[in-house]
Design a protein around this ligand. Structure first.
Ligand SMILES: Cc1cc2nc3c(=O)[nH]c(=O)nc-3n(C[C@H](O)[C@H](O)[C@H](O)COP(=O)(O)OP(=O)(O)OC[C@H]3O[C@@H](n4cnc5c(N)ncnc54)[C@H](O)[C@@H]3O)c2cc1C
Length: 395
């Protein structure tokens, strides 16, 4: 029998595939168990910030991601009605210089495909239609049950998302709770809107209880949008469902022209309830360990959920390669990652207040943003700890 480290990964999302690549590159024998019949993602974009790109660079996927993606010129926060600029941050060129890596917008399916291809080419074995149902720690192995047979390994990585079966068994976690926010997501063909209507930037329009994000993906041929609205409840059983475009247009009626024109050109969208979970006391149990949304789901208002899963994947693989004892390795991983993920969860939550402020709170927010405009240093202080963090130099 091979004496290579055997790693089982539950879930082939962005976290699971990045972990597969990181482990296989370090010489481990990796099997990924994914419950879906095929590996794919929703038709929507995703932002890959410089801290995520640092890991992609170390794993050899950055060039493909940059080639398939679009780099936004600037990040802009605008007023929802007239589009007046509240804050403008140079991204393209500036981020590469400051953080060593670019900020990239990419179609989720393209990112997943790049990660999958690299992981498989490097030797990872991905098994589809395998739902992990339980695990059992044995003296020197972990035994994993699925609906199609059982597996043993040295380590089980639970990268199975916010509704993680591994986390549920580990700590009998409470179920995910609705955060009072919902999102519509969609893609519009760039040729279906007036040329120049949507700038090639990362744009946010901020309104009371609502905000709208747009950016380009796929060679700037598609415009991605995420429209967030506070909502008292989410009554659907499913977390995502086809959305009603007329309801979406109604929610943004009277907004700045680029928003309304983009929505008029939109033929279809999806609706998502945004959920979170109470913080877990620990991310590990014997030889089982969690990463990504399974460990620390977060609101998407800092665009860092997948970035944290990607940083986790690097940190976990390196902690395991650097420590012969599994328990020491997993403890080191958790100690390194929990404070950072918790910090990003809190920043993401507080951004709801920044984007959704109304009345006097909106005036206070605008004053803060005006100060940030006048003091670019303040913006750098805010973004440097997030985007300038390079996990590959930490471990
Ligand atoms: C509207 C919105 C916008 C966002 N935008 C951004 C952004 O711009 N940038 C960013 O960094 N993040 C963003 N995020 C967050 C990001 O999408 C998530 O944090 C990220 O996808 C989590 O990846 P994951 O691999 O941990 O989990 P998931 O993507 O949930 O993957 C889990 C995988 O596990 C599989 N699985 C589940 N249970 C089992 C089981 N029992 N057995 C086998 N397989 C199983 C699932 O089928 C799935 O493939 C956004 C989120 C939302 C909702």
């Amino acid at each position: 029998m091979s004496d290579r480290l055997r790693v089982l990964i539950c879930g082939a999302g962005i976290g699971g595939l990045t972990a597969a690549l990181a482990f296989v590159r370090g010489g481990a024998q990796v099997t990924v168990l994914e419950k879906a019949r095929e590996i794919s993602d929703v038709g929507a974009g995703i932002q890959q910030s410089p801290n995520a790109m640092a890991v992609h660079t170390a794993l050899g996927t950055a060039d493909d991601i940059i080639a398939a993606g679009v780099m936004p010129g600037v990040g802009i926060i605008r007023d929802f009605k007239r589009g007046r600029v509240k804050l403008r941050t140079q991204m393209k060129g500036a981020y590469e210089g400051r953080y060593g890596h670019p900020y990239v917008h990419i179609h989720r399916a393209d990112l997943i495909d790049i990660l999958r291809k690299h992981a498989v080419n490097a030797g990872a074995d991905i098994r589809l239609s395998r739902t992990v149902t339980a695990y059992e720690n044995r003296s020197d192995k972990v035994f994993v049950k699925t609906d199609h047979g059982n597996f043993t390994a040295d380590i089980l990585v639970g990268a199975d998302g916010i509704n993680s079966a591994i986390a549920a068994q580990m700590q009998g976690q409470g179920s995910a709770r609705f955060t009072g926010q919902m999102a519509w997501r969609g893609l519009v063909d760039a040729s279906d809107v007036s040329p120049g209507l949507i700038p090639k930037d990362a744009s946010v329009w901020a309104g009371p209880g609502t905000h709208f994000v747009s950016y380009y993906v796929r060679g700037a041929n598609l415009i991605n949008f995420v429209a967030i609205k506070e909502k008292a409840d989410w009554t659907e059983e499913s977390w995502s469902k086809p959305g009603d475009v007329s309801q979406l247009r109604q929610a943004f009626k009277g907004w700045d022209k680029p928003v309304t024109e983009l929505l008029n050109a939109c033929g279809a969208c999806f609706e998502w309830g945004l959920f979170d979970r109470p913080a877990l006391p620990t991310w590990r149990d014997g030889r089982a360990v969690l990463l990504g949304d399974a460990a620390h789901p977060m609101l998407p208002f800092m665009a860092q959920g997948a970035a944290m899963a990607i940083e986790d994947s690097w940190a976990l693989s390196q902690a395991v390669f650097q420590n012969s004892d599994i328990e020491t390795a997993l403890r080191r991983y958790e100690r390194l990652r929990k404070p950072r993920a918790t910090k990003l969860q809190n920043i993401s939550k507080s951004n709801a207040g920044l984007f959704h402020a109304a009345g006097p709170a909106a005036l206070a927010r605008d004053a803060k943003l005006a100060a940030a405009r006048a003091l670019p240093f303040a913006q750098k202080m805010r973004f440097d700890p997030i985007y300038g963090y390079d996990i590959t130099t930490v471990i």
